[in-house]
Design a protein around this ligand. Sequence first.
Ligand SMILES: Cc1ncc(COP(=O)(O)O)c(C=O)c1O
Length: 370
Amino acid sequence: MSDPLLFTPGPLTTSAKVKAAMQRDVGSRDSEFIGIVAEIRSELLRIGGVSKEAGYEAVPMQGSGTFAIEAVLSSVIPPDGRLLVLANGAYGERIRQIAERLKIAVSINRWPEDESPNVVTVWRLLRQQPRPTHVAIVHLETTTGILNPIDEIGAVVREHGCRFIVDAMSSFGGVALDLAALPVDYLVSSANKCLEGVPGFSFVITRRGALQESAGWARSVSLDLLAQFEALESNGQFRFTPPTHALLAFAQALAELREEGGVPARAERFRRNREALLPGMRQLGFREYLKPECQSDIITSFRFPEDAAFEFAKFYRRLAERGFVIYPGKVSHADCFRIGTIGRLSVGDVNGLIAAIERVLTEMNVQRVS
Ligand SMILES: Cc1ncc(COP(=O)(O)O)c(C=O)c1O
């Protein structure tokens, strides 16, 4: 039986060549592997629209995306620093949770899950005493699929002299982003989202100056971002065992991104996928949770139908049996499920999913309200 198609925010459907690239064993201290890691680091900067010469560095970190978020928070905030988290979903809440566990002075400002942080409020928050030294936000809140305006908010953060931390886990590589034009000091993402690699590592794209100012602040050995950077710079190697197979797969995934035409072409494929998804879902009676103007093309939250015959667990299972894996909801106050439109998926795959949803609704006797 072939693998199901993953309509999720990651790990997601990867190409046959990405999976095949892992069919090798390479030495982590071998020059071939060191060359691959160096190339990956340069390519990540290119994707972000920046370069080493312009003062940026890409630092890969073992572990899933949360590990790189924790690496940034535990490494770059000084002992007397203060973090302000701007949150409109579960991943903003996770940033607060990590900071609290690390005993960092943190405050959180929450917006409704269907609204982005408002720049005027942020401006006011940044003037309150004691002033924050660092501000963190999620670019694309995967809880709902909302895209937050990091450009406007970043400008206000910069105006107040704070460092800006951006969780771009589910946007980097799938949403056009020019880091050279954005006041972002630390951007975090991972291998298995829009870049279509496999899970195993995450990475931080950072201004070298912002990273180097953090000497002596790290609260962890394995997640010490500056130490990781310094090791990679000194001998090209990870400090501790790297996920060699995941990095080989990632090198192939980056080659496929280039072949596709880079981030603009990939963003366009994701846009077409979502454009195919919406009318199909609406015709079946589903309604999106977010207003169209704040919705991204990466993942969409749909409200449960009002019909009592709709049972999410059964709906999910029956779709999975047909080879389509969707994603449960994460919105805190509304019953929703989510459908991701990223990964090696095409409009044909989306149409296949809609046809399967239609059959499952009929089997479950769910009334359609159009
Ligand atoms: C916006 C965002 N931040 C953080 C994470 C956490 O990443 P991971 O599950 O790879 O640790 C995710 C995962 O989906 C995410 O979407």
